[in-house]
Design a protein around this ligand. Structure first.
Ligand code: F6R
Length: 346
């Protein structure tokens, strides 16, 4: 059995030092807020929709913006822009490396259509394009895996949107950092498994294919992030879906005992769920009893923002410990990189 409480065991697999990055995440978020604060790009008045061009870990900045914006935010994960891009649109191109082809292509399309834009990256082509087109560019620190730099990317963008009056919440940044710190204090590597909820959840998911279920417009982005973190950190299949939609289709997939073997369900709720969706989680949990292992996970913090982001942070820990149980280094994502190399070699 892999021991999650032995530092030596963690070090044996965590060659890339992911635990140090995760444990410093509350500080990273604080820095992300400060970066956004100091950036102050000129945002035209009359913005009535935002398109965030980004992929993978960088697209999460768009998901967080979508969750808290007062105008529609479309997270554009494609080479082209949606047809509604035009008057009143603001484009935010986010790519941690600055070299993601789809993101650059989306921004290019926006620049050709003369849509106001700004870009966020740690450098790369995105920074060069921003410079040559004279659009504002926010540079975040280098040296991270993009998904592990979510604090820099998402919080800087959120801060800029707050300054521009484009959020429907008034973030309490200090409360957010405290909520993240309390997740860290409970889930960090030094806390033994007997008292550590992230280690315990990882242990219960080990050897299974997790299905992460969020709620529409609330914890949906959390479910997406947990799934992608389990894919990339723990290096195993995982899936996500959204309540109430999944009650109209996916639920039927649990009918056959043989075909539900090896699955595990994780419901992600918080205090801001629609009461009907909360009832749906309870009923589904009951229905799955004795069929598929299922847990309901709540959120730390007080505000909507803290609950969403601290639950995401908790998922980072779970995916990390699951990687250690899978006896694999959480940091490298060789398959993503070799795929990108093959695409650009053509
Ligand atoms: C790797 C990761 C990926 C990247 C994605 C886009 O850690 O999270 O999902 O985020 O391949 O690359 P960037 O973020 O550099 O635009």
């Amino acid at each position: 059995m892999t021991e999650l409480d032995e530092e030596r065991q963690l070090q044996e697999y965590d060659k890339g030092g992911m635990i140090a990055v995760i444990e410093a995440y509350p500080d990273q978020c604080r820095e992300g807020i400060a970066l956004g604060d100091g950036f102050r790009p000129e945002i035209p008045t009359g913005v009535d929709k935002v398109i965030v061009c980004g992929m993978g870990g960088s697209a999460m900045a768009g998901e967080v913006a979508r969750r808290f914006s007062r105008v529609p935010v479309f997270v554009n994960r494609n080479y082209t822009l949606p047809s509604f891009a035009g008057d009143g649109t603001l484009i935010i191109a986010v790519s941690y490396s600055g070299n993601t082809a789809e993101t650059i292509s989306g921004l290019d399309a926006g620049l050709r259509a003369r849509i106001p834009a700004f870009a966020v990256s740690s450098g790369g082509k995105l920074e060069e394009i921003a410079r040559s087109h004279g659009i504002p560019h926010l540079r975040v620190p280098r040296g991270y895996q993009p998904r592990a730099a979510m604090g820099y990317l998402a919080l800087s963008v959120l801060r800029v949107l707050a300054q521009a009056g484009l959020l429907r919440i008034e973030p309490d940044w200090e409360e957010l950092i405290h909520a993240l710190e309390s997740v860290r204090d409970a889930s960090r590597a030094a806390v033994p498994e007997a008292d550590n909820p992230a280690k315990q959840l990882a242990r219960s998911l080990y050897g299974r294919i997790p299905l992460f279920y969020g709620t529409a417009g609330n914890t949906d982005l959390v479910a997406m992030r947990w799934k992608t973190q389990v894919n990339e950190n723990s290096k195993q299949p995982a899936f996500w879906n959204v309540i109430p939609e999944l009650n109209h289709n996916e639920i039927v997939g649990f009918s056959d005992e043989r075909l539900r073997q090896g699955l595990s369900c994780v419901f992600l709720k918080n205090d801001y769920d629609h009461p009907e969706n909360r009832a749906r989680i309870e009923i589904m949990h009951e229905l799955l009893h004795g069929k598929v292992p299922a847990v309901v996970i709540g959120a730390d913090g007080r505000s909507e923002l803290s609950q969403v982001l601290s639950q995401i942070h908790f998922g980072d820990y779970v995916s990390y410990y699951l990687a250690i149980l899978n006896q694999i280094d959480p940091t490298p994502v060789e398959l993503i990189e070799s795929f990108k190399r093959r695409m650009s070699a053509r």
